[in-house]
Structures are given as C-alpha cells and as structure tokens.
Ligand binder design. Sequence first.
Ligand code: DLZ
Length: 158
Amino acid sequence: MSKHGAPTNTSEQLKALDTPNLKVAIVAASWHETVMNGLIAGAQRAAQEANIADVHLVRVPGSFELPVAARVLAEKYDAVIALGVVIRGGTPHFDYVCQAATMGLTQVSVETRSPIGFGVLTCDNEQQALDRAGLEGSSEDKGHEAFSAAVMTAAALR
Ligand code: DLZ
C-alpha cells in the first residue's frame, strides 16, 4: 500500500492485463486547464501501459456535465473515465457541483453496469489540485489512478 492506502504497482498490473481490445472513453471537463492537462495525460499514460489503443476523448464544459456524457458513452464503451477539477470558491456552488458529479457518476455506473473511473478532484485550493494532477512535482497521479481502476474493473468483470 502507498502512504495514502492506494494499491501499489498499478503500472505493473496494467502491463499484465491482457485486454488490448477494450474500448475505453475518457470524458474530461474543461475548468482549470493546467490540472486537467495533467489528469488527461495521466489517463493516457495508463492506456499505453495497458496497451489499449482504442481510447476516445470527449471534452465537456464543466464537472456538472460529466454524468450525462458518461451516461451516453457507457452505452458504447467497456469503461469510461470521468476527469474533472472542482475548486472551492466563496459560495456553496462547490458543494453542488461536487455532489452532482459524484452522485451522477455513481448512478450512471450502477444503472448501466459500466465501470466509471472517478477522477474528479474536489479541492480546497489550486495547490491541492496540482499536487494530485500527475504533473512534474505532483505527489499523486489521479488521472492514471482513475483509468487503472476502471479498466481493471472492466477486466475483472469480463
Ligand atoms: C460554475 C462552475 C464553477 C464555479 N466551478 C467549477 C469548477 O471548479 N470546476 C468545474 O469543473 N466546473 C465548474 N463550474 C462549471 C459547472 O460544472 C457547469 O459547467 C456550469 O454550472 C454549467 O452547467
């Protein structure tokens, strides 16, 4: 286990997967560009490690729009990875967007029986998001983690 309790050696596990034909979609929000670029790159790195070539990227405006896009994509793909960054502001908006994204993605996953990787960062400030974005200097790589979780679940349920 890592110090955060996350499983270790996910790269090795991805490389050992024998699922090159898995069809995977990434749906990514567009707020907080630098962090989003890191999350998307992390997910794409995980796809390469798993030797999965068929990865479709869809962009939506914000994290609130992730569930509806994931719902549509879950019909056509074996796994969907939802990526977004929500940073707390001065109003309760943060709570509503986080709740809508979390509940919506959970509902989509269970209703469609599709693995959805949850790569939505919900942070108090931009530094927390940068620390988790898989960028140079980040301590965590949540895009890679979310991709790995969805694909490993899809492989386990095949
Ligand atoms: C409106 C809004 C705000 C304030 N903050 C964020 C954010 O930090 N991250 C994010 O992904 N989206 C944010 N949004 C946009 C909403 O998700 C949504 O796109 C708009 O409310 C339009 O439906």
